[in-house]
Design a protein around this ligand. Structure first.
Ligand SMILES: NC(=O)c1ccc[n+]([C@@H]2O[C@H](COP(=O)([O-])OP(=O)(O)OC[C@H]3O[C@@H](n4cnc5c(N)ncnc54)[C@H](O)[C@@H]3O)[C@@H](O)[C@H]2O)c1
Length: 322
């Protein structure tokens, strides 16, 4: 079945596309290659993917509905994995409009093209941030998500609600996947682990919020990809074909401890600038992975020590060459 992956030049999209190609499956990828972070990293990901003839890339914006719809129609797309979005909590504090455009208008276009082309399954990225500031852990899919702390989280929660209505009215099978702090090679330069590594190597101060006491359920990229892949073929048995799954690691770590692993694998100490908690930040994320584990035998395989080692190895190699 022909598959479209949006955000194919992004961190998760790149790895997921690689997984498809490694199984000899074709992928149609779209991305607008925006400049939220280093475009060269996005171009390099696409360059790597294009080495495989089964990868077909289109540089378009989700907001260009006609172009999006033509790609879906002409290529007889039956599965859409929608990962393109304006990601990141912090940028949404000063730039909510970019989130409105990409994450709400963009998502609406995905829903529209899905219904008009009778897509068999739409899988879309949501986030652990929808759980907001809860005190009950681990969070499971039935927990309250009515009080997002950031506009980024609000757009992702809105996507879930919008998808539910399309699923109900048009019988479009939809699955939302809530990712928990994803890290790994070819990762996102705006994320803490990437900035820590870069600044330690370049002898610069690293910024540590809340004394590094925030807890995050860091999840290695290969586990996220396995999680998404494991639910692709399975569809909800409910009348309204709609599901939500957490995809996390199930074992949160303090940022300060995470930093220690980075120092260990760089064999170098960080110079730290302490800062207060940022607006919109949640204190802790901890995923229950019971639902997806029962549904698909999902089991995260990579612990933080191994995951960070792989990231640092990639980082050193990539920036030596570039
Ligand atoms: N990485 C994480 O820790 C994490 C955690 C929770 C949720 N998510 C979600 O997972 C998805 C993928 O995240 P990622 O880490 O790979 O981010 P990313 O920024 O690396 O990838 C997103 C890609 O989408 C593209 N894009 C953005 N707006 C677009 C538009 N209007 N049209 C076409 N392309 C567009 C960007 O150019 C980028 O390449 C996002 O929806 C994100 O919100 C990520």
């Amino acid at each position: 079945m022909n598959t479209l992956i949006t955000g194919a030049a992004g961190f998760i999209g790149f790895h997921l596309t690689k997984k498809f190609l490694s199984k000899n499956l074709s992928v149609y990828g779209i991305d607008n290659l925006n400049s939220y972070y280093d475009i060269n990293l996005k171009k390099d990901r696409i360059k790597k993917l294009k080495k495989n003839k089964k990868f077909h890339f289109f540089k378009i914006d989700l907001c260009e509905y006609k172009k999006l719809n033509n790609i879906v129609k002409k290529n007889n797309i039956k599965i859409i994995i929608h990962l393109a979005a304006q990601a990141g909590v912090r940028k949404s504090i000063n730039n909510p409009k970019i989130y409105f455009k990409n994450n709400l208008e963009g998502f609406f276009n995905i829903l529209e093209t899905s219904r008009h082309n009778k897509i068999n399954h739409l899988i879309f990225a949501s986030t652990s941030s929808v759980y907001g500031d809860t005190s009950k852990f681990p969070v499971n899919e039935k927990d309250n998500t009515e009080k997002p702390l950031s506009f980024y989280a609000a757009t992702k929660k809105s996507n879930e609600v919008m998808a539910h209505s399309y699923s109900n009215i048009y019988k479009l099978p939809c699955t939302g996947v809530r990712f928990f702090t994803v890290y790994g090679p070819f990762g996102r330069p705006d994320m803490a682990y990437f900035k820590f590594t870069k600044n330690i190597i370049n002898n610069r101060l690293i910024q540590l919020y809340n004394n590094g006491k925030h807890l995050r359920d860091f999840t290695y990229i290969d586990d996220i990809v396995d999680g998404i892949f494991s639910i692709i073929k399975k569809q909800s048995k409910k009348n309204i074909p709609f599901e939500i799954f957490n995809i996390g690691n199930g074992s949160p770590k303090k940022i300060i401890d995470y930093l220690k692993y980075i120092e260990k694998h760089l064999n170098k100490r960080a110079r730290i600038k302490k800062l207060p908690t940022q607006l919109g930040d949640v204190i802790k994320t901890h995923s229950s992975i019971i639902k997806i584990s029962k549904f698909s035998n999902y089991k995260p395989k990579t612990n933080i020590d191994v995951g960070i080692k792989k990231f640092i190895e990639w980082y050193k190699d990539y920036y030596k060459k570039n």
